[in-house]
Design a protein around this ligand. Sequence first.
Ligand SMILES: Nc1nc2c(ncn2[C@@H]2O[C@H](COP(=O)(O)OP(=O)(O)OP(=O)(O)O)[C@@H](O)[C@H]2O)c(=O)[nH]1
Ligand SMILES: [Zn+2]
Length: 351
Amino acid sequence: MNLTEYGLTNHIIQTAAEFPNEQLARVTEQHRDLYQVIAETGILQAQVSGKFQHTALMTTDFPAVGDWVMVTPTAENGQAIIHRILPRTSALMRGAAGSDGAGQIIAANLDTVFICMSLNADFNVRRVERYLTIAWESGAMPVIVLTKADLCEDLPQKLAELSEVAIGVDVVTCSAKQNEGYEQLRQYTDNNQTVAFVGSSGVGKSTLINGLMGQDVFATKEIREDDDKGRHTTTFRQLLKLPTGGIVIDTPGMRELRIQTGDLAKTFEDIEQLAAQCKFKDCQHQTEPGCAVQQAITAGELSAERFESYQKLQREMAYSSLNSRELENEKIKRMFGSKNEMKQMLKHLKK
Ligand SMILES: Nc1nc2c(ncn2[C@@H]2O[C@H](COP(=O)(O)OP(=O)(O)OP(=O)(O)O)[C@@H](O)[C@H]2O)c(=O)[nH]1
Ligand SMILES: [Zn+2]
């Protein structure tokens, strides 16, 4: 097995050289605590070692699809023990990355995240902002993929809308139906890079993946096998090697990805820059004097919808990163200003 075709880079080879008694492998599938990995010797079924299990503190410390891991084969044929994960270059997360470890890694070591949105009913720039936020935080490069171009009559207008939120992000327009956009998508898989598709259900992610995979796609993605009881079982490959080079990761988590955390600063760089010019450091950008954000909205330089969407995301993110006690404190703070004020109010009421 040539691991270069699975995305192996010189950097990973160098890091792996520190562990000469172990073999390098990439996680291709995860089913709870059972992993399928691909090593030079072929596909192995793997589990983490006892020591790994004991030293892992959070769910994010465990391997995820796309991870490069160091393994040793066991006496049993085709099985292996995972000893360690090599440092990730990127990680697509669900949930908070906070100390409580509630966060979950959907895929690791992605080079590009394709944010898919269809050019018909699904088109919504606010949603793009949210997915961009997640993608930036992952460390992978976001690319906006507009699907179903054949169903769109006002492409220039939609592209103009998009250019306001997708600052410095590539936009690729596709129509699977008219076989358009595949060449552009393939550029992101040059040099065996790893990509993933996110976006709402029904926008055409599977269709694009199938198109990139070529004609045998369905057989690869969804293998139906008759087992001895005559039932059908479906196996999903979660890390797919493209026939033209490059890798697509498509985990179940990818499909369930909801927007919770993310790097707001990067997606809303314009607002953060304005906020830095506000008169007060803790400006809430409401009615404060000298608020650069409100001034920009009044001057028509910043759309009120974009600011609203920024605030909404900020609130959601603040919540998703708090534990239950912090949430309670946060509620008190919103109701009474602070814990101290609440105490004073309670004192006052007693009197
Ligand atoms: N007109 C048109 N329809 C398309 C195109 N691409 C996909 N579709 C249709 O859109 C529907 C949904 O496509 P899928 O590829 O299953 O969408 P998905 O994003 O993978 O959906 P989930 O698996 O639910 O996440 C299918 O009926 C496709 O035939 C396109 O370029 N043009
Ligand atoms: Zn302000």
